[in-house]
Design a protein around this ligand. Structure first.
Ligand SMILES: O=P(O)(O)OC[C@H]1O[C@H](OP(=O)(O)OP(=O)(O)O)[C@H](O)[C@@H]1O
Length: 164
């Protein structure tokens, strides 16, 4: 399906909101387990929430796995471009991403780390069953516009837009 057909609306996330939602996720994770081996961030989207969670839960061991599956809004097969440094099945580790959409990335990584606890800030219905803990559900046809993918810009006043 083309991105044009797939996304009908946009859910814009500000830096403040991302911080607040990541912190809310950290609050939930405190109750899951008293301490963690460390965090594995799925890059790149998982890096920002992982930093906030690491700070809140005082976690110092941070690993990353880089999976590429999207070329902007078009999805292909996921492939690892940077593997984990740790050799683990995920036991005791917190696996963090900013979101699950179709769940394709999550399914791929969960095979590598079946025992990790998978946490995301945002989840869409198709990917939700793969996540252990998340904060906000967003509909499948919504494009989640993250703050690092956007910037504030001038827009014409309404009257100006109407006259063009
Ligand atoms: O559930 P899925 O349909 O697989 O989509 C979710 C993935 O898509 C985004 O990453 P993206 O592939 O855009 O890479 P990036 O984080 O490096 O921008 C997001 O950070 C997730 O990892």
């Amino acid at each position: 399906m083309s991105s044009k057909d797939r996304y009908k609306q946009t859910y814009r996330v500000s830096w403040d909101q991302l911080h607040r939602d990541s912190k809310a996720l950290a609050w939930k994770l405190v109750d899951v387990r008293p301490s963690w081996e460390g965090i594995i961030a799925i890059t790149r989207g998982g890096l920002l929430p992982a930093a906030v969670i690491a700070r809140e839960l005082d976690i110092r061991r941070i690993d990353t796995v880089s999976v590429v599956s999207y070329d902007w809004k078009t999805q292909g097969e996921p492939r690892i471009v940077k593997p984990l440094a740790e050799e683990t099945d995920g036991e005791g580790w917190l696996l963090v991403d900013d979101m699950v959409d179709t769940g394709k990335t999550a399914r791929f990584i969960r095979e590598l780390l079946p025992k990790a606890h998978f946490a995301t800030v945002y989840a869409k219905p198709e990917g939700k069953p793969l996540v252990d803990t998340f904060i906000t559900e967003v509909s499948q046809d919504t494009w989640i516009l993250q703050p690092w993918d956007s910037e504030v810009q001038f827009v014409e006043p309404i009257v100006g837009q109407r006259s063009t």
